[in-house]
Design a protein around this ligand. Structure first.
Ligand SMILES: Nc1ncnc2c1ncn2[C@@H]1O[C@H](COP(=O)(O)OP(=O)(O)OP(=O)(O)O)[C@@H](O)[C@H]1O
Ligand SMILES: [Mg+2]
Length: 424
C-alpha cells in the first residue's frame, strides 16, 4: 500500500517543491501550511498517516511544538517525523531531536537524499510482517514462585540480545498484577495491556501496539502491563496469541516476563514460546516449584529441549546443595546466574538494567553469555558486519573458553553449578 505523508510547511514554494519530490518518489502527500491546521488534519485521519515531514519554522504553532504535541499523543507517539531545520543552527537541530523528531535535514536538500531518509523512517516504523515470523524467537522467562528474579532476568536478557546483535527486541510484561518490567527501564507507560483487554483479539493490530510500546535507548521496546490492576479478568489466550504473532513478525527476539501461575493466558504464552527459561533459586521451596513446573511441562507435552533451567543466585550463600538439586530434578541445571549483591536492587531503583550499568560484572557476563547462547543460529554462528561491544566481549570469552578446551561456549555440561562469583 502506498504510504501517506503529512507535509507541513508555511512556505508555499517549498511545500510544493517537496510535495513534488515525494510524489515522484511514489508517496501520497497530504499538505498543511500551519502547525494548527496540520494537527487538526492528523487528528481526523491519524490511522491513514504514515509519516510527518515538517519545517521548524511554521505559522501559528512552530515545528517544535507540533513535534512535541505528536509525541505527547498516544496515537501519534510513534509516527516517524522528519524535520527541516536551519542549515547553520546546530541548536535548532538538537532542540528538534529533543522535541521528538526522528531525523533532521536542511534545505536545500538533494531529492534523492530526502527520499532515502523517508524510506529509512518508513521501514523502521513498518517492520515487515509475516516474513520474519518463522525467524523470530520467543523466550518465556518463567517461575511458579514469585521473587525468583524473573523480571530481572527477562529485562537483562532483552538488553543483552539487543546489544549483542544491534536488534530491536521487545519485552512483553505479562504480569498484569504488577507492572514491573517498565520500571526496570524507568519508562512511563502511555497505554498498556489494559487496552488490549478492551478490544477483541482480531482488532489488535500493529497500530494499536505502536501506541503502547515504550522505547528504551538500549534497543528494547517494552509492552507494559497496567500500572494499576484494572483488568476485570486476565487477558485470554486468544488476545495473547494474536499479540505475540504480531510481535513475532516485527522483532527477531520477543522476551516474556511471565506471571507465576498457570492461567489460560499464561499457558497460551508458554505454548507460543520457543524456549521456556524456567527460573529457580537455590532453596527448597523453589526446588519444589521447579519440580512441579517440569512435571507440568511434561503433561503439556513440551519437549525437554524447549526448557532451560536457570539457577538464579539471589542469595549470597547456597541454601541447597547443587547435587541434590540436579538429582531431584533428574536433569542438570543449564545456567547459573551469580549473586549480584545490592547491585540487582540498585539497578531496579535506578531504572538501569545491570547489563547496562556494569557490563563487565560477573552477573552481566553470565547474562550476556546466556543471551548469546540463546540467540538464533544465523546470529551466533556468524560475525556481525559491525560487531557491537557486547558481541566483542562475548566472542572474546568464547575464544578463551575454546582455547582452554572447554568445548561448547558456555560449558553447559557438567559442572553447571559452579560456585557463585560474588560481586564487589
Ligand atoms: N542474581 C541476583 N542476585 C541478587 N539479587 C537478585 C538477583 N536476581 C534478582 N535479584 C533480586 O531479587 C528480587 C526479586 O527480583 P525480580 O523482581 O526480578 O523477581 P520476580 O521473580 O520478577 O518477582 P515478582 O514475583 O515480584 O514478579 C529483586 O530485589 C532483585 O533485585
Ligand atoms: Mg516480576
Amino acid at each position: 500500500m502506498t504510504s501517506q505523508i503529512m507535509l507541513i510547511d508555511s512556505q508555499m514554494a517549498d511545500l510544493q517543491a517537496t510535495k513534488h519530490v515525494l510524489s515522484q518518489g511514489g508517496y501520497n502527500v497530504v499538505e498543511a501550511t500551519s502547525g494548527i491546521s496540520a494537527l487538526k488534519q492528523i487528528e481526523s485521519m491519524v490511522r491513514n498517516i504514515d509519516m510527518v515531514i515538517l519545517n521548524a519554522a511554521l505559522d501559528e504553532l512552530n515545528g517544535f511544538e507540533v513535534c512535541r504535541s505528536l509525541r505527547r499523543h498516544p496515537e501519534t507517539v510513534h509516527l516517524p517525523i522528519l524535520a527541516f531545520t536551519a542549515p547553520t543552527s546546530r541548536e535548532q537541530k538538537t532542540e528538534m531531536f529533543e522535541a521528538g523528531a526522528d531525523d533532521c535535514m536542511s534545505k536545500p536538500y538533494e531529492p534523492s537524499e530526502l527520499l532515502a531518509r523517508v524510506k529509512v523512517q518508513l521501514r523502521r516504523s513498518k517492520k515487515p510482517t509475516g516474513v520474519q515470523a518463522a525467524k523470530s524467537k520467543i523466550f518465556a522467562v518463567y517461575s511458579l514462585r514469585g521473587g525468583s528474579g524473573v523480571t530481572t532476568l527477562a529485562t537483562n536478557l532483552s538488553v543483552s540480545l539487543a546489544q549483542l546483535w544491534n536488534e530491536d527486541v521487545v519485552l512483553v510484561d505479562l504480569v498484569l498484577a504488577s507492572s514491573q518490567a517498565r520500571l526496570m527501564f524507568n519508562l512511563l507507560p502511555n497505554r498498556t495491556w489494559e487496552e488490549l483487554g478492551r478490544v477483541s483479539a482480531e482488532d489488535i493490530d500493529d497500530h494499536l501496539l505502536n501506541t503502547m510500546l515504550l522505547q528504551h535507548s538500549s534497543g528494547v521496546s517494552v509492552l507494559p502491563a497496567p500500572r494499576v490492576q484494572e483488568c476485570r479478568e486476565p487477558l485470554d489466550g486468544a488476545r495473547i496469541r494474536h499479540t505475540l504473532s504480531l510481535l513475532r513478525a516485527r522483532y527477531r527476539y520477543v522476551v516474556l516476563d511471565m506471571p507465576h501461575d498457570l492461567q489460560e493466558g499464561t499457558v497460551a504464552a508458554l505454548e507460543e514460546s520457543d524456549k521456556i527459561l524456567s527460573v529457580m533459586v537455590p532453596d527448597v521451596a523453589s526446588l519444589a516449584n521447579q519440580l512441579a513446573a517440569l512435571e507440568t511441562f511434561k503433561l503439556m507435552n513440551y519437549s525437554s529441549h524447549r526448557v532451560r533451567i536457570v539457577m538464579n543466585r539471589i542469595h549470597e550463600r547456597n541454601q541447597v546443595d547443587s547435587n541434590h538439586i540436579e538429582t531431584t530434578l533428574k536433569r542438570p541445571v543449564d545456567v547459573v546466574i551469580p549473586f549480584a549483591g545490592d547491585a540487582a536492587t540498585e539497578a531496579i531503583n535506578l531504572g538501569q538494567p545491570l547489563t547496562l550499568a556494569a557490563p563487565e560484572s560477573a552477573v552481566s557476563t553470565a547474562l550476556e553469555d546466556f543471551a548469546f547462547h540463546l540467540s538464533k543460529k544465523d546470529h551466533s554462528e556468524g560475525q556481525p558486519a559491525e560487531p557491537s561491544q557486547a558481541w566483542q566481549r562475548a566472542s572474546r570469552r568464547l575464544s578463551h573458553q575454546q582455547r582452554k578446551g572447554l568445548g561448547r561456549f558456555f560449558g553447559w555440561g557438567p559442572p553447571p553449578l559452579k560456585e557463585p562469583e560474588l560481586e564487589d
